[in-house]
Every structure is written in C-alpha cells, then in structure tokens.
Design a protein around this ligand. Structure first.
Ligand code: FAD
Ligand code: EPU
Length: 335
C-alpha cells in the first residue's frame, strides 16, 4: 500500500497535505479485500468539495471505479448505472449523447458520480436527488455490500443521510455505483432566471436538453473559475436559510436583498450577495480571497495552505455576521 502520498494534485483548491496511506480503488472487490484493522479512513473522489487542512493520518481511498450502462428501461423511464469513479460532467454529457435527457442542468459540476449523492449536488433548478434511483456501497462496519433507494437517502438542500450520519467524514461507506432514473416524459427545466435569459439571448424558444446543457456550460464558464487555472471548491458557503422575520428586517434595510421563500415558510438568502455587500468580492487575506466575479467562491491565489483558507473563511463569516446577523456555514468537507 503506497504511503506518504502528496494529495495536492487531488484537491481542486490545490492545498498541500500528504496521506499516510493511500489506495486507488478501481473495483468494488478491492474494497471488500481491505482486511486491515485500519479504522481511520477517508473516501476521496475528485477532491472538488474538500479543504485539506494538513497531512492526513488516515487510509485515503481514492475512488476510480469505472463503468456506465443502461441497466434497464420500461415504458416510463431509463435506468442508467455509473461507477463511482466516473467523472460527473462526462457522464452527464454521455447520457445526453445516448438520447437520455434529464441531468443536463447539472452539466459542468466537477467531481465524481459517487460523490454526487453525498451533498445532493444541485444547480440551475435541479438537484440530483430528483433523478436518483439507488446506490450501492461497501459498508466497512458490517463488511457487506449495501443498497440505498431514493427514500432512504433523505436528500435535502446540499444534504443527505450520508452527511446526517457523519459517514462522509469517517469513511464508513464507500459508494461504488449509482443508478439514475430518467423519465422518458422529459420536460425542459428552464425556471432558473439565468438559464431562461441565456436561452432567450440565443433565440432558442423550445430548447432541447443539449441546448440547456450548452447554455448552462456557458453561464458557468462566465461565472465560475476553472479550478485548473484558479484553484477553488465552488461555492464556499451554503446559501443561508433564515426566518421570515429576519428576512423581512434585512429587506427593510437592504431592499435589493435577493430572497427565495422556502416551502416551510423560511427564506433562503444569497450568500454571494451578502459577501459582496460585506466588501469581500475580489478581496483577499494573504493568498486566499473571494473570487472577483462570484463572491461566494473562495479562491487560492497561489501557495495557500489549509490554515490560510481557515483564516479567510473566519474573516468573511465575522464580517457577514456583523453586518447582517447571519451565520454562514461552509459547504466543503474539512479534512
Ligand atoms: P470529493 O470532494 O472528493 O468528496 C466530497 C465528499 O464526498 C467527501 O466527504 C468524500 O468523503 C465523499 N465521497 C466522495 N466520493 C465518495 C464515494 N464514492 N463514496 C462515499 N463518499 C464519497 N456542487 C454543487 O452541488 N453544485 C454546483 O453547482 C457545484 N459547482 C462547483 C463548481 C466548482 C468550480 C467546484 C470546484 C465545485 C463545485 N461544486 C458544486 C462542488 C463539487 O463539485 C461537488 O460537491 C461534487 O459532488 C464533489 O465531488 P468529488 O468527487 O470531487 O468529491
Ligand atoms: N450574487 C451577488 N454577488 C455575487 C454572487 C452572487 O450579488 O458575487 C447574487 C446574484 O446576483 C444572484 C444571487 O446572488 O441574485 C445568486 O447567485 P447565483 O445565481 O450565482 O447562485 P449562487 O446562489 O451564488 C448557487 C449554488 C451553486 C449553483 C448555482 C446555480 C449554493 C451554495 N450554490 O450559487 O452551487 O451552481 O446556485 O444553481 O447553493 C456549489 O454548490 O459549489 C455551487 C457552485
């Protein structure tokens, strides 16, 4: 088993850190064959939602299980299975090329298929849970393969059973494959204002799934930094969901405050807007700052460590708390 492996190339914030032990996993059987009494594990995908705070005294399992196929089809839907190590964006583009629409709104999200259910990835009016059917995983505690259906995953906004149980931190479960259910009765999802505007600008009145994918790819390329050029982990904070009372008070002071009413009566605010108003858009503390085109994205301007990230994170949280009485919680996983 390789030891003392540099993880810098394996996290999109390009933070330094070494794994005490490391194994690249290319088949489910390899997981079942891990007989070590090692209890401290971390399951690594594409490292695109990760803050490496230093060296990792654990066994890091780097998920690279390949494979994608039509598992079955009935009158209503296609069921597509993909290995946990497949690149998410490539997988989505492959489904579109096969003529199985449904995941197009999630184009260009970095990372792997296996990580998608962990935080129920979402963008542009769709969360993956909507088209999730089931997953298979190796359970290190009971030493058996297990399946989870959609209901048991308890998906929420950037949330799932796996996060609620803390399994994303202790490496108890390694997801090996995910099955998606894509209904044949496809309906274009253009309710996100940016998507509707982009399609209108392209003079597309009746978009295909590929048109929507192309529009979203263009929007994302304009707004979000490419991790290969400017290391980042996407949105660094969740959009906070606050009480209707606090939202009303804030809107009284700041009429431009973006507000998204939720089904439970609470109101989701735009963290990017709060951070920009707090003066952090394009501002940095040492090598870590908030991106100048999207204030919600924390960027490593070069040579940053995990400690630098924690310092900027705390400063942004403090300034937003002071100005708006709103607490921002980070989206990435800290290791
Ligand atoms: P990692 O960062 O490697 O891991 C994330 C978590 O999942 C960890 O807890 C890890 O232990 C766990 N995990 C990974 N693989 C497995 C597995 N096979 N089994 C069990 N646990 C596993 N997210 C969104 O929701 N919407 C967006 O629009 C979005 N845009 C982004 C844009 C950019 C530029 C970047 C850099 C990130 C963005 N993200 C977005 C965040 C990120 O892409 C997602 O969270 C993605 O699902 C992470 O996948 P990963 O393979 O890189 O996971
Ligand atoms: N805004 C600002 N200033 C900024 C950034 C945003 O005022 O610097 C305002 C925008 O004008 C808009 C609002 O905030 O009114 C929302 O902005 P945007 O549409 O860019 O989306 P977001 O809320 O910042 C969320 C997700 C993204 C996802 C996009 C599109 C979270 C935490 N982030 O970002 O997900 O791609 O919507 O659906 O929910 C991620 O999770 O890593 C991620 C990138």
């Amino acid at each position: 088993m390789p030891r003392n492996i540099d993880l810098t190339p394996f996290n999109t914030l390009a933070l330094p850190g070494r794994a005490a032990r490391y194994e690249r996993i290319t088949s489910p059987a390899q997981l079942a064959a891990i007989t070590t009494t090692e209890t401290k594990r971390f399951i690594l995908g594409g490292g695109s939602n990760l803050v490496l705070t230093g060296d990792v005294d654990r066994l890091v399992l780097h998920m690279a299980i390949p494979g994608k196929r039509l598992q079955k089809e009935d009158n209503e839907a296609w069921y597509i299975e993909a290995g946990a190590g497949e690149n998410w964006h490539d997988f989505v583009q492959w489904t579109l090329a096969q003529g199985w629409p449904g995941l197009e709104n999630l184009s260009l999200i970095p990372g792997t298929v296996g990580a998608a259910p962990i935080q129920n990835i979402g963008a542009y009016g769709l969360e993956v849970g909507e088209h999730f059917h089931s997953l298979q995983a190796w359970d290190f505690e009971h030493r058996e393969f297990v399946s989870f259906d959609r209901g048991s995953c308890r998906f929420g906004y950037r949330d799932s059973l796996f996060k609620q149980q803390g399994w994303h931190l202790d490496g108890r479960l390694a997801i090996t494959a995910v099955v998606f259910r894509l209904p044949k009765a496809w309906v274009a999802n253009t309710r996100y204002a940016d998507v509707a505007q982009e399609l209108a600008a392209r003079a597309i009145a009746t978009p295909t799934a590929c048109d929507i994918a192309a529009a979203i790819i263009a929007i994302r390329r304009r707004k979000l930094p490419d991790p290969a050029v400017t290391p980042n982990a996407g949105s660094f904070f969740h959009n906070p969901v606050v009480s209707a009372e606090l939202a009303a008070v804030l809107a009284g002071h700041y009429p431009a405050l973006p507000r998204y009413p939720q089904p439970d009566g609470r109101v989701k605010l735009a963290a990017g807007w709060l951070i920009e108003q707090a003066g952090w858009k394009g501002k940095a503390l040492g090598p870590v700052g908030m991106y100048d085109r999207q204030a919600l994205v924390l960027v490593n301007r070069g040579g940053a460590s995990g400690a630098d990230v924690l310092r900027t994170m705390a400063a942004v949280q403090a300034d937003v708390r002071e100005k708006f009485a709103v607490d921002l919680s980070p989206e990435p996983i800290f290791l």
